[in-house]
Design a protein around this ligand. Structure first.
Ligand code: PMP
Ligand code: GLN
Length: 394
């Protein structure tokens, strides 16, 4: 038999799916995969249900329902002051994952270098490679996950076609500083590079911070594509409704990729998301305030247990340093023991690296009911009590 494509052949199932399966097997509290355990607003779900019954349930326009594209353009204006033409600058996709694939296959040519920042979201490396791109990885380093601006500058050259940046960032919960974004923007302009901006956590910032899209920086409107996800913005991750905003010259080829990947996205979900994007400030403020309180609950519980809780400015995730806890120094092993013995599923951060990953960080997902977070902390507390006696890790 001929060989199947090497990028995907032998690739492991994603860590998120793996941990969710293990959580089910061991009846564990699932703080692994990033999804809320309470569904998003009832009125949005009702809008989807109504649209499902009233129809039409046939192919919607390939770029997305006009009302959703208009809502995406309006949200860009309202939140970031961006002037977006809904007809030529917005595409609706089946989740941010499809959006990322569309952007990569449409913008990258075989042999192009694509800059990625580690730790990176799991689909980035295989999707860049499958597009024929050559990944050029650089790292942000804990505990602040600061970007080394000299290393960034060295990563750009004449062969660079694009940088793929996730801001706010999973799993680090970092929000890129204005200085870092400015440096990226300057280098993109200087080297004529596209920026693919995965901004799915754009509305999940804490402590009063506001998201600042790279697209708003000087010279970036023409070379950025910005990806959002209704899954994150409305706590409906199973819906897989995403959107891409960008210059018409970039959106054109990306739309051609989209037309042969999924072509369209369920129309009732699009209608409901259009309704959701129109919600007033209190919805968006409430979402981040609620998550912030969960972050604090989770962080204080983990700190009491001795975990080295890293700063968390956004997203669904808290990253912890497990050094010195007596749990071991291999994050994958620690996560395996934690799900099997403590009944708490989390994600090893080494899964977000191409190679040479640090082994001392694990990621906790905190978009869960308070009682669930408390149960996880109680289970961990019971499990870790005998650590001093050396019972764990042997
Ligand atoms: N990018 C990042 C950084 C993510 O964490 C996720 C996970 N949900 C996605 C993209 C995918 O989003 P969607 O579910 O809309 O495909
Ligand atoms: N983005 C989610 C996470 O980081 C997972 C989404 C998925 O399972 N593909 O946990």
């Amino acid at each position: 038999m001929k060989a199947t494509n090497p990028v995907f052949t032998g690739l492991e199932t994603t860590i998120f799916e793996t941990m969710s399966r293990l959580a089910m097997t061991h009846k564990a509290v699932n703080l692994g995969q990033g999804f809320p355990d309470v569904d998003g607003p009832l009125d949005i779900r009702q809008a989807a249900a109504d649209a499902l019954i009233s129809g039409p349930n046939q192919y919607p326009p390939m770029l997305g329902l006009p009302e959703l594209r208009q809502a995406v353009a309006a949200a860009n204006k309202r939140f970031y002051g961006l002037d977006i033409d809904w007809q030529s600058q917005v595409i609706v996709t089946s989740g941010a994952t499809e959006a990322l694939a569309d952007c990569l296959v449409a913008l990258v040519e075989p042999g192009d270098e694509v800059i990625l920042i580690e730790p990176l979201y799991d689909c980035y490396l295989p999707m860049v490679k499958r597009a024929g791109g050559i990944p050029v990885r650089l790292r942000v380093t804990p505990p602040e996950w600061a970007l080394d601006l000299d290393a960034l500058e060295r990563a750009f050259n004449d062969r660079t076609k694009a940088i793929l940046i996730n801001n706010p960032m999973n799993p680090t919960a970092k929000v890129f500083s204005d200085e870092e974004l400015q440096a990226i923007a300057d280098l993109c302009v200087r080297h004529d590079v596209f920026a693919i901006c995965d901004e799915v956590y754009e509305h999940l910032l804490f402590d009063g911070a506001r998201h600042r899209p790279l697209m708003t920086f000087d010279g970036m409107a023409d070379r950025c594509v910005r990806i959002g996800s209704a899954g994150k913005t409305f706590s409906l991750t199973g819906w897989k409704v995403g959107y891409i905003t960008g210059a018409q010259e970039l959106i054109d080829p990306i739309a051609k990729a989209h037309q042969y990947v999924t072509f369209t996205t369920p129309p009732n979900l699009q209608k409901a998301v259009a309704f959701g994007l129109g919600k007033d400030e209190s919805y968006y403020d409430g979402l981040s305030a609620e998550l912030q309180a969960k972050r604090d609950l989770m962080a204080s519980g983990l700190e009491k247990l001795g975990f080295g809780v890293l700063p968390c400015a956004a997203t669904y995730f808290l990253t912890c340093d497990i050094s010195g806890l007596g749990l071991g120094d291999n994050d994958i092993e620690v996560c395996r023991k934690m799900v099997e013995e403590a009944g708490v599923a989390v994600v090893p951060v080494s899964a977000f690296y191409g190679d040479e990953a640090p082994g001392n960080f694990i990621r906790f997902c905190f978009c869960k009911q308070d009682s669930v977070i408390e149960e996880a902390i109680a289970r961990l507390s019971d499990w870790m009590a005998p650590v001093a006696a050396g019972a764990i890790g042997n």
